[in-house]
Design a protein around this ligand. Structure first.
Ligand code: AMP
Ligand code: MG
Length: 336
């Protein structure tokens, strides 16, 4: 006797609001894709049959280029790397986007009590997840030095956000938030071209707006760690979704799995068994930062904070034999 395959449960996540603006007559879905920030990007948008592809591509690549030029840890000439190399006690000017992202990152750092830390660059490097080519568990001295260099409370930005103070040895790393910001920036540049209906994705972080020619919003399936099954579909209508997970980047040493997400409070990779955290928010920058922050906090503290801050979050926890899903109240409200 063969076992029938039972399809996984499907849940539909309703958009927060639906505008009934009809799509333009003769509208098509056009697709664009490429590579950025060490991953892939994909944009789908609705326009007439003769979309100016060059103009659209220029807008998308221009936005992505701005993010890399300002916030990449991998480009030695980026504004972020310039800040990291700057002498102690010097104020460094920040381009507008960099200033916005850093202000948001510091806000999430404060509200997560340091679980999210945009100054964790030295720790990320120590564990081999940054540009310096090394792998494996750092020695006690190297780890202690990296911990001394990190600390979001050491970072001051001026109220206008145009300058930040390098206190000495502080290494910014905005990898946990910059992709989400990139998604928002591409979406805003498309809207500025008059393209209101679009789905923007960079490395799994997504933001959707408007409807497709068939009147449907952009539906996306939430990633399921460890399985190809789909159990939650999200209509991204004026919403963004981001996922942080240890199944994406990690290394194994002596039978232990080391995540690329570091708990800045003890300087060690997270190890509480969370496979992924997904956050839904109007801004992808916020969704990206919060999915990382809640991932550091772990299931119990993360879920409690998500409920306190009314964040829509979904946690997938590893259990003995599989995975268990838990969701915040705001997430449950969206699914009704
Ligand atoms: P994400 O995939 O968005 O969770 O971002 C993970 C990346 O953010 C890592 O590869 C590090 O570069 C960086 N990172 C690691 N731990 C933290 C942390 N606690 N706070 C902020 N950024 C972090
Ligand atoms: Mg993130």
């Amino acid at each position: 006797m063969s076992l029938a395959l039972v399809p996984p449960p499907r849940r539909v996540l309703l958009p927060a609001s639906i505008t009934r603006t009809p799509p333009p007559l003769g509208a098509h879905v056009h697709e664009f894709s490429g590579r950025t920030m060490g991953t892939t990007w994909n944009v789908r948008l609705v326009d007439g049959p003769r979309v100016d592809r060059k103009r659209v591509l220029r807008a998308i690549e221009g936005a992505l280029g701005d993010v890399v030029e300002q916030m990449s840890t991998w480009e030695p000439d980026s504004d972020l790397c310039r800040f990291n190399r700057a002498a102690a006690g010097t104020w460094q000017s920040l381009p507008e986007s960099f200033g916005q992202v850093l202000a948001c990152a510091l806000d999430v750092a404060a509200r997560s009590d340091g679980a999210f830390d945009p100054t964790a660059g030295a720790l990320v490097d120590a564990w081999g997840f940054g540009p310096p080519a090394r792998r494996g568990v750092p020695g006690a001295d190297a780890l202690a030095q990296a911990r001394e260099r990190a600390g979001w409370r050491r970072l001051s930005i001026a109220p206008g956000r145009g300058v930040a103070l390098q206190p000495g040895g502080l290494a910014l790393d905005l990898s946990a938030i910059a992709k989400g910001f990139g998604v928002d920036l591409v979406a805003r540049r498309l809207a500025a071209l008059g393209i209101e209906s679009h789905l923007v994705e960079i490395g799994g972080e997504l933001r959707g707006s408007g409807v497709k020619p068939d009147g449907q919003p952009w539906w996306v399936a939430l990633e399921e760690p460890g399985t190809a099954a789909t159990s939650t579909l999200v209509a991204l209508h004026g919403l963004a979704v981001a996922t942080s997970g240890d199944y994406r980047r990690w290394f194994e040493h002596d039978g232990t799995r080391y995540s690329h997400t570091i708990d800045p409070r003890d300087g060690l990779p997270i190890r509480h068994g969370l496979a992924s955290v997904t956050v839904i928010h109007a801004e992808c920058m916020q969704a990206d930062a919060w999915s990382t922050a809640l991932g550091v906090l772990g299931l119990d503290a993360g879920l409690a904070l998500a409920d306190r801050l009314d964040l829509a979050a979904r946690f997938v926890q590893r259990t003995g034999g599989g995975f268990e899903e838990r969701t915040s109240a705001a997430f449950d409200r969206l699914t009704q």
